[in-house]
Design a protein around this ligand. Structure first.
Ligand SMILES: CC(C)(COP(=O)(O)OP(=O)(O)OC[C@H]1O[C@@H](n2cnc3c(N)ncnc32)[C@H](O)[C@@H]1OP(=O)(O)O)[C@@H](O)C(=O)NCCC(=O)NCCS
Length: 354
């Protein structure tokens, strides 16, 4: 008999549970992120009151048999504000598969979020490898509770060609990285008069909130930030990091990123650019802030930097030397908590990759 309740171990045990469910199925076939306890504390905001139910789990007696994690967020779709959540980390260990556990978790999470007044949870289904089981599971609910949205990929910038080539599970990408290594050096950082790049500080937060609004207002579906959530996302309480760019003495741009170890052929650090808030910067300052972020990720031993390719940045931002446009490999999934709604056409999105 299965019971549904919040995960009752530590965030480290939760991370171990999720990663081992994914690794046991996908190791060697596709890249597997190694989320950590600190990652979950940060992204799920586990120190907030009422956060325990963000780690919804199924138990077989005392043994965890599945998880589906989420964190509450505010969205805007076609001008309308919507309370919802971002969700991911649906994980059922091999021994428990095919017993309806993922289905049970999904239904319980729909009820939980509905009772909180949330309209949906947004996640991704990965179709970049035949080994992937997620999208096929979600297909069963397509039209019933799940809407399939835009297909998305990544912009990728190799930071350490030899290590990135040895890490990549995709044979062709690995070879290409190996061959093009000598041409992938990072640009030297310049000291341009009138432009200052520096780590973000607490006093920059109100301005960064304005920049988030300005930089993402063109998106048809987007996250709406408040000071608490943005402060956390930009690393003011640890785990992630952010750089800001001042032009003529005013903060006009901000890039937030975090380091995620991902197991390809081997385990390496990957830099994830979460927030690229650069619409108010000159072209030169945009380039400098982006290059400075890459240099920081390189210092943090990242072999590749990735940005979800959803158009929440000025057109042409990543059309620059060394960046690759990877083909779409994931599909945005919206699981409604009540009757499925018709999504308006969504061309540009501002969401986190999770
Ligand atoms: C995807 C996953 C969570 C499914 O868990 P599960 O507990 O075995 O799924 P369920 O038993 O609840 O399946 C519910 C229904 O979906 C179907 N289903 C589940 N996985 C499927 C798959 N890979 N392909 C086709 N159908 C699938 C089941 O047959 C069942 O159909 P039914 O209701 O007609 O009997 C599990 O395989 C897993 O943890 N995979 C590794 C991590 C992962 O990829 N997570 C998904 C991220 S989006």
């Amino acid at each position: 008999m299965f019971a549904v309740r919040p995960f009752d171990g530590t965030p480290e045990e939760l991370a171990e549970f999720v990663v081992s469910a994914w690794k046991s199925t996908y190791a060697g076939a596709m890249a597997v992120p190694h989320w950590s306890g600190d990652y979950f504390r940060w992204q799920l905001r586990l120190d907030e009151p009422d956060s325990t139910n963000r780690t919804l789990s199924v138990y077989d007696g005392e043994r965890p048999a599945g998880t589906l994690l989420h964190f509450p967020m505010t969205f805007q779709i076609a001008g309308k504000l919507i309370e919802a959540a971002q969700a991911s980390w649906l994980s059922v260990p091999v021994a428990y598969r095919g017993k309806g556990i993922a289905h049970l978790l999904n239904e319980e999470s729909r009820t939980l979020l509905r009772d909180q007044g949330r309209q949906f949870k947004l996640g991704f289904g990965y179709f970049g490898s035949n080994a992937s089981l997620g999208l096929r599971f979600w297909k069963k609910s397509e039209g019933k509770s799940v809407s399939f949205g835009k297909r998305v990929g990544f912009w990728a910038r190799v930071l350490d060609p030899p290590r990135a080539a040895a890490w990549n599970v995709n044979r062709w990408e690995g070879r290409l990285t190996g061959i093009s290594g000598p041409f992938l050096k990072l640009s030297k950082l310049r000291q341009t008069p009138g432009i200052l790049i520096r780590p973000m500080q607490a006093e920059d937060l109100p301005r960064c909130l304005e920049l988030a609004e300005l930089a993402t207002r063109h998106c048809d579906l987007r996250l709406i930030w408040d000071e608490n959530r943005l402060a956390r996302q930009l690393g003011l309480q640890g785990f992630s990091h952010a750089l800001v760019a001042e032009e003529q003495g005013e903060v006009r741009g901000c890039i937030g990123y975090h380091v995620l170890p991902i197991h390809g052929k081997i385990l390496e650090n990957v830099g994830i650019l979460d927030l690229v808030l650069i619409s108010e910067l000159s072209a030169r300052a945009r380039a400098e802030l982006l290059n400075s972020s890459l240099a920081r990720l390189r210092e943090l031993a990242c072999v590749v930097a990735l940005k979800l390719r959803t158009g929440d940045y000025p057109a042409g931002t990543f059309l620059r030397w060394g960046w690759f446009c990877k083909p779409a490999d994931s599909q945005v999934l919206i699981t409604w908590t009540q009757q499925p709604e018709q999504l308006p056409p969504v061309h540009r999105l501002h969401v986190l990759w999770r």
